[in-house]
Design a protein around this ligand. Structure first.
Ligand SMILES: O=C(O)CCC(=O)C(=O)O
Ligand SMILES: [Fe+2]
Length: 441
């Protein structure tokens, strides 16, 4: 006899089997919100998800879990509460068709939800959807709808013939909502850059006189010239990546960030765990730092002054990091003596310590750059302009992990210790000449 697996209750069952604590109601809500978010970001096909198929254009993934009518109903409510009215309609319609299947399935003793239970929610959601679209338009910071009302009569109205959902654009200032749409489009793997913009980008072998590269030359692939972003392929070996992960695993703690009142809090801006590694973790740490210095031409020693110690981050399923800059903004840090010695974060050197089976790209929504995580590869970019100001075009984000796990390590390189490496640069005459671009090579 076939029973439908109830995604959420099965998950609880697995946890009991493993002897772990039961998820709290908050975990349950958090998990549903995360699943709704994943479906939205990756525009996953609902009729595939319910059978555990999490495939995207980039990767094919199959989960052993199926979603029942009740699960879909629950997820429809979660989408509604998140203001994703279009997605809520989708989940509730799926709940309805799933309920019909379950009703007709003779091997199933009791359907998990009935048409009578689902229909009122679906009707309310359709009505609220149309009201929101009518009053507030198809998207905003806290909501989204389809382009047209669901009600056929309303949909024919003239004003809806012109309304369009946002079409991603790059290299122009964006509102937070538009930036978020670019973020999602890039996570899905959509190409937002023109061939003209990509034409000058090069791949090359970079040889250094005293090279400490594992391959004797660095394989550099440029992703953007301004701001300058490049990938160093095969930067770390399997053994080195394993070492970083093993030494951080037992120390991982939920990532926090500073809230408005200055206190550190955990929110869904950044859903990862992190740990810090320094030279007390063994000679390999300095060896990798020396390699980063060699590859970028930048000063990384003394550690924690010229560059920060390594931050290792681990994202589980649906783990993500919203758009942000790595350079420090505001002036709180100017009261900290160490920060005064170090200066701001001139550059980021971030290494992927693991392949991610699906999702988890690093994206730069304002300039349309997407980097897919490939184990051993490092992404380098300048966060500051030559005069030390932060470059807001470097805003970037970590896409939700759709399947599996994501491991990265960050090395943030600081401004002040670079005085011998970067010759004095004259006052920039315009924004373009203020970019560091090729200085490191
Ligand atoms: O996870 C990513 O791809 C980006 C991480 C990041 O931006 C950070 O840790 O500052
Ligand atoms: Fe970052």
């Amino acid at each position: 006899m076939v029973y439908y697996l109830h995604f959420l209750s099965d998950l609880a069952g697995e946890i009991i089997k493993k002897g772990e604590k039961l998820p709290s109601f908050e975990d349950f809500i958090g998990g549903s919100m995360a699943l709704v978010g994943l479906q939205d970001t990756y525009a996953l096909n609902l009729s595939e998800i319910i059978h555990g198929d999490l495939s995207t254009e980039n990767a094919v993934q199959k989960s052993p879990y199926e979603l029942s009518a009740r699960d879909c109903l629950f997820l429809g409510k979660a989408a509604f509460n998140k203001g994703l009215y279009d997605r809520a309609v989708g989940w509730l319609e799926m709940a309805l068709s799933r309920a019909k299947e379950e009703y007709e399935d003779e091997t199933l003793l009791i359907p998990t939800a009935t048409k009578e239970e689902i229909l009122p929610f679906l009707e309310t959601t359709r009505r609220v959807h149309d009201e929101v679209l009518e009053k507030r338009g198809p998207y905003g910071e806290t909501w989204q709808t389809f382009e047209k009302p669901i009600n056929g009569k309303l949909a024919k109205m003239r004003k809806y013939q012109k309304i369009k959902r946002y079409q991603p654009k790059i290299m122009v200032p964006l509102t937070p909502v538009e930036e978020n749409e670019n973020f999602k489009a890039l996570c899905r793997g959509e190409n937002l850059r023109s061939p003209k913009l990509d034409a000058p980008l090069r791949c090359r072998y970079l040889r250094r006189p005293n090279s400490v590269s594992i391959l004797k030359a660095y394989k550099v692939e440029e992703m953007s010239l301004d701001p300058y972003i490049a990938i160093y392929h095969d930067f770390m070996s399997e053994y080195e990546m394993g070492y970083f992960k093993e030494h951080s695993t037992s120390r991982l703690k939920r990532s926090l960030h500073q809230g408005r009142d200055g206190r550190y809090i955990a929110t869904d801006i950044r859903t990862s765990k992190q740990a810090w590694l320094n030279k007390d973790d063994g000679p390999l740490i300095d060896k990798i730092s020396a390699r980063i210095g060699d590859a970028t031409g930048l000063e990384v020693f003394p550690e924690n002054e010229a560059s920060e110690i390594y931050q290792v981050a681990n994202y589980g399923m649906a783990g993500r990091y919203s758009p942000h800059t790595d350079y420090i903004t505001g002036d709180d840090h100017l009261h900290n003596p160490l920060e005064l010695v170090r200066g701001n974060r001139i550059a980021t050197f971030m290494v992927y310590l693991e392949d991610v089976p699906a999702g988890g790209s690093t994206v730069f929504p304002l300039i349309g750059v997407q980097v897919k995580p490939r184990k051993g590869a490092a992404v380098f970019w300048w966060n500051l302009r030559t005069d030390g100001r932060g470059d807001p075009w470097t805003r970037h984000a970590g896409c939700s992990v759709l399947y599996g796990n994501k491991w990265i390590t960050n090395k943030w390189i600081r401004y002040h210790h670079q005085f011998r490496r970067i010759p004095c640069v004259k006052e920039p005459d315009n924004e373009r000449t203020a970019s560091f671009q090729t200085l490191a090579y």
